[in-house]
Design a protein around this ligand. Structure first.
Ligand SMILES: [Zn+2]
Length: 367
C-alpha cells in the first residue's frame, strides 16, 4: 500500500476510537501530494485494471428528454443500410435530430445532402465547409460568400466543422492559412448576415502540444500529438480564434470541444462571459468532465443556456448510453464515452438544465 494511503487511514480513524491524548502522527506527508513508491519505469495503464469497487449502477436505456445531437459527421455511414440502422438507434435512445458536419462545399456538399436529408429530411441538419479554391485570388472573399449562399440553397443550416489545430484552417501545398487570416473574414461576415452558426474546432488540448512523456496526463492519446509539428501551440491558436470572435460579434460561433479547454472550466466560463456570440459543446470531451463531476455540474448549471449537446463519435448504443449515465445519474467510476485512461462520475443534472442542453439551445441556434 502506498505511504500516503496509510497516512490517510491513520488520519481518518474516528475520534472516539483514538486514545484520548494520542500524539499527532509523526509521518510526514509527501511534499508533492502525489503517489509514492511508483516504479521508476512506470508504464502502468489504469485502463486495463478491473475495478473492485461495488456501488449502485443505474439502469439506463434512453435519454430522459428528446435530444438534438449537435455534433456528428457524415463519415459514420457509407451505405443506406448503415444510415437506416443509425436512424433506428436514434429512435431507440431518443435522439430526434442530428447535426451532420460535412466540412464540404459545392458538389461534395450536395452529395452529402442527398445521402442524408433527401432520405431523412427532418432527422438530419446539414452543415457545409470551406473551399480553398482561389484562396490567393483577390476575389476569394466574394467567392466564399457566393459558395456559402449556394450551399445554403442546397440545404446548409450553418458551417461546420471548421478545424484549425495549428496546421491552418486551409492548407495549400506547404502554405497554412490560419483561422484569423483576413482572407476568411468575408465568410464569417456572410455567416453572420445569414444567421448561420459556425462550428469551429480550435487547437487540441494543450497537452497535445507537449512531449508525450511520463508527466503528460494525455500521453495515452499520443497518436493525436502535435508536439514538434511547428504549430503556434495551444495558446497561439486560442488567441487567433479569439481575434476572429472579437472581430465578428454578430456571427454566432460554437467552440466545439469547449475550446479544447475542458480541463479548465473556469477559463471556458471566462471566455463565454467575454464573448456573448459563442456557445460550446463538450463533444468527445465527456471524459474530461468525468473526472471533475462537481465542477462540471456547477458549470453546466451556470452556463445552461450556452451549452449544446454533441457526441462526435461512432454511433453505438453504448456510446449514447454513456452520455445518459454521465449527464443524468449519480453513478460512480464508470467508463465515459470515448474514455481516456480514467473512469468517471455522473453529474446528475437537473431536468431544466438537461432540457436546455439536450434540445432547446440547439433549436434557438437554428432559428
Ligand atoms: Zn467533430
Amino acid at each position: 500500500m502506498r505511504a500516503w494511503a496509510l497516512l490517510l487511514m491513520a488520519c481518518c480513524v474516528p475520534a472516539a476510537a483514538q486514545a484520548p491524548a494520542s500524539p499527532p502522527p509523526t509521518t510526514q506527508a509527501p511534499s508533492t501530494g502525489g503517489p509514492e513508491d511508483v516504479p521508476p519505469d512506470n508504464r502502468f495503464d489504469t485502463a486495463r485494471m478491473e475495478s473492485s469497487l461495488v456501488v449502485p449502477r443505474t439502469s439506463v436505456s434512453h435519454f430522459r428528454f428528446p435530444v438534438i445531437d449537435a455534433h456528428s459527421h457524415d463519415v459514420y455511414t457509407s451505405t443506406p443500410e448503415q444510415l437506416t440502422a443509425w436512424v433506428r438507434l436514434q429512435q431507440q435512445v431518443g435522439v430526434q435530430q442530428t447535426f451532420i458536419f460535412t466540412g464540404k462545399s459545392g458538389a461534395d456538399f450536395r452529395a452529402a445532402v442527398e445521402r442524408y436529408t433527401n432520405v431523412y429530411p427532418r432527422r438530419f441538419v446539414m452543415f457545409a465547409g470551406i473551399s480553398a479554391d482561389g484562396i490567393d485570388a483577390p476575389d476569394y472573399g466574394d467567392r466564399l460568400r457566393e459558395r456559402l449562399r449556394a450551399d445554403v440553397r442546397a440545404g446548409a443550416r450553418g458551417l461546420g466543422e471548421l478545424t484549425d489545430k495549428g496546421m491552418g484552417l486551409v492548407h495549400v501545398g506547404t502554405q497554412a492559412y490560419f483561422i484569423d487570416d483576413a482572407r476568411f473574414d468575408a465568410l464569417w461576415d456572410e455567416a453572420g448576415r445569414l444567421h448561420l452558426p459556425v462550428f469551429v474546432h480550435i487547437a487540441e488540448p494543450a497537452e497535445f502540444y507537449q512531449p508525450a512523456d511520463e508527466r503528460n496526463d494525455l500521453r495515452r492519446s499520443a497518436n493525436w500529438s502535435l508536439y514538434g509539428k511547428g504549430t503556434p501551440g495551444f495558446e497561439g491558436m486560442l488567441a487567433r480564434f479569439e481575434a476572429v470572435i472579437a472581430r465578428h460579434p454578430h456571427t454566432q460561433f460554437v467552440a466545439v470541444h469547449a475550446f479544447n479547454l475542458a480541463n479548465d472550466l473556469q477559463r471556458v466560463g471566462a471566455l463565454l462571459d467575454r464573448y456573448p456570440n459563442v456557445q460550446v459543446d463538450f463533444a468527445a470531451r465527456m471524459w474530461e468532465l468525468a473526472r471533475q463531476p462537481f465542477t462540471a455540474r456547477r458549470f453546466f448549471i451556470k452556463y445552461a443556456d450556452r451549452i449544446l449537446f454533441g457526441t462526435d463519435n461512432d454511433p453505438t448504443l453504448e456510446m449514447y448510453l454513456a452520455h445518459v449515465r454521465q449527464l443524468e445519474t449519480e453513478d460512480e467510476w464508470f467508463w465515459p464515452a470515448d474514455a481516456e485512461w480514467w473512469r468517471g462520475y455522473g453529474m446528475h443534472l437537473p431536468d431544466n438544465v438537461l432540457r436546455k442542453i439536450y434540445r432547446d439551445n440547439a433549436l434557438r441556434l437554428l432559428r
